[in-house]
Design a protein around this ligand. Structure first.
Ligand SMILES: Nc1ncnc2c1ncn2[C@@H]1O[C@H](COP(=O)(O)OP(=O)(O)O)[C@@H](O)[C@H]1O
Ligand SMILES: [Mg+2]
Length: 398
C-alpha cells in the first residue's frame, strides 16, 4: 500500500503531476485513489470531473476523493469545541470570541490527513496519491500531528482512569466546567486519529515527491523543503522538474532552454542521490485522465512511478564506547540555520525557523548532551551517560 504526497511551490504543477502519476498508476491496473489536502479544488478541474462525497471513479481504476471538511470537523472536533467554548465562556470570554478561539488553525487540512489515513487503513486501495498545498502550508500541516499529540500527551496525565475519577472534582476546583464524557472521549478519539496519521505518514511506504520548475528561486525553496521534510521525519523519494522546454529554433526559446539546462544540471547534482524526473512544457494544459496519463507515461518512462527512492534511516541511535550517538538525516542543511536545545526529555531542533520537538528515546533521557556536529548530511548528537544516574558506567564502586 503506497502513499505518495506531492508538494512544491505554488503553481509549479503539483496538482497536474499528482493527477498524472495517479492516472499512470491506474493504467497499470492498480486501484488508485487521489485526494487533495489543498483548499483549492483544482484536482476536479484537472481531472474534469465533479466532486462527490464518496470517491468517484473517473477512469478505469482511478478514483477521486473529496474531503467534506464541514462534516468531518463536526465529527472530530465538535464535542471538544463545545466544551472549550463553554470553558472559555466561564473564563469571561463572550461566546463569539470563544468560538473564534476554538477554531484550530489548519484543522480542515488536518482532517484531510485523517481521511487519508482512514483510506490507507481501509485496505480498499493499492495506492493513495495526495495532492498537497504549497510547501510552507504543507510543512506546517505535516508537523501538526506530532505536535498536537505532544501537547495532548502532556495535557493528559498517563493514568487517565484516575483523571476520569477526578473529573467531576477538577472542574469546580479550577473554576471551569468539567468536560463532559463526550468531550473527553472526543479528545481521546482525536488523539488516536492523530497517532494513526503519524503512523501512516512516517511508514516506509509513504514518501513525498517534490515538484519544481527549473528556476533558481523555485529550486532554492525545494532545497529548504527537502531539509525540513527530513527534520519532521518524512522521506523524499524523488524530484519532478516541470515545464521543461523542448529545444527550438527561435532565440527566445533557445535562451530559456539554456537557462533551464543550467538549473537542471544543478538540480541533479544537489539533490543527488534522488532520481530527477522531467515533465515537458505541454502545448496545452494537461486536463482529463487521458492527457494526464500520457503526461505520466512521458515523465516516468520505464521507471516505476511508485518506487520509494533511495532509503536511509532518518533517525538512528547507536553506542560508541561510553557514548550514545543520536543521528538525524538532514540533507542539504545550511548549518547556520540550525539551532539545538534540550528541554527536559525533549530535544528541540530548529531549522530555518521550523521546529521539531523530538521526544528522546528512553535510553537517552538520563544522558547529558556532550556535543553536536554535522557531517555528510547527518546531524550527530553525542550523549554522555549521566554519572549520577549510571554510577557503574564510570567505574564507581558501591
Ligand atoms: N507541464 C505542463 N505543461 C503545460 N501546462 C502545465 C504543465 N504543468 C502544469 N500546467 C498548468 O499550469 C497550471 C498550474 O498547474 P497546477 O498543477 O494547478 O499547479 P499547482 O497545483 O502546483 O498549483 C495549470 O493550469 C496546469 O494545467
Ligand atoms: Mg494545486
Amino acid at each position: 500500500m503506497r502513499v505518495v504526497l506531492f508538494t512544491g511551490k505554488g503553481g509549479v504543477g503539483k496538482t497536474t503531476l499528482a493527477a498524472a502519476t495517479a492516472a499512470r498508476i491506474a493504467a497499470d491496473g492498480l486501484k488508485t485513489l487521489i485526494l487533495s489536502t489543498d483548499q483549492a479544488h483544482s484536482l476536479a478541474d484537472a481531472l474534469v470531473c465533479s466532486v462527490e462525497d464518496e470517491p468517484t471513479e473517473v477512469s478505469a481504476g482511478l478514483y477521486v476523493g473529496h474531503v467534506d471538511t464541514q462534516r468531518r470537523l463536526q465529527e472530530s472536533w465538535g464535542e471538544l469545541q463545545n466544551y472549550l467554548t463553554a470553558a472559555l465562556g466561564t473564563a469571561g470570554f463572550d461566546r463569539l470570541r470563544a468560538e473564534e478561539l476554538t477554531v484550530l488553525p489548519g484543522a480542515e487540512e488536518l482532517l484531510a490527513l485523517i481521511e487519508v489515513s482512514e483510506h490507507v487503513r481501509s485496505g480498499r486501495w493499492d495506492a493513495v496519491i495526495v495532492d498537497c498545498a504549497p510547501t510552507a502550508e504543507t510543512l506546517r500541516l505535516l508537523a501538526l500531528p506530532e505536535l498536537l499529540d505532544w501537547y495532548v500527551t502532556k495535557a493528559m496525565p498517563a493514568d487517565r482512569r484516575v483523571v476520569r475519577a477526578l473529573r467531576p472534582l477538577l472542574g469546580p476546583a479550577v473554576g471551569l466546567p468539567a468536560p463532559s464524557s463526550d468531550a473527553w472521549e472526543a479528545a481521546e478519539r482525536l488523539q488516536e486519529q492523530l497517532q494513526e496519521v503519524q503512523r501512516v505518514l512516517t511508514s516506509p511506504e509513504t514518501t513525498v515527491r517534490l515538484v519544481l520548475t527549473p528556476e533558481s528561486v523555485v529550486v532554492a525553496e525545494a532545497r529548504r523543503a527537502r531539509t525540513q521534510l527530513a527534520l519532521y521525519g518524512y522521506r523524499v523519494d524523488s524530484v519532478i522538474a516541470n515545464r521543461v522546454f523542448d529545444a527550438g529554433e527561435d532565440p527566445w526559446r533557445a535562451g530559456w532552454v539554456r537557462a533551464q539546462r543550467r538549473q537542471l544540471d544543478e538540480i541533479v547534482e544537489s539533490f543527488d542521490p534522488l532520481p530527477i524526473f522531467q515533465a515537458a512544457y505541454q502545448p496545452t494544459e494537461p486536463m482529463g485522465a487521458d492527457a494526464l496519463n500520457r503526461l505520466g507515461v512521458d515523465v516516468y518512462g520505464s521507471a516505476d512511478p511508485l518506487d520509494t527512492g533511495p532509503s536511509a534511516e532518518l533517525i538512528t541511535v547507536r553506542q560508541e564506547g561510553d557514548l550514545f550517538v543520536l543521528e538525524l538525516a538532514l540533507p542539504m542543511l545550511d548549518k547556520s540555520s540550525l539551532e539545538l536545545t534540550r528541554v527536559g526529555d525533549d530535544l528541540v531542533i530548529t531549522v530555518s525557523g521550523r521546529r521539531r520537538v523530538l521526544a528522546l528515546p528512553s535510553a537517552l533521557r538520563r544522558c547529558s548532551v556532550r556535543r553536536a556536529h554535522v557531517e555528510d548530511d547527518r546531524l550527530a548528537i553525542e550523549f554522555d551517560p549521566d554519572p549520577t544516574m549510571f554510577p557503574q558506567a564510570k567505574g564507581a564502586h558501591p
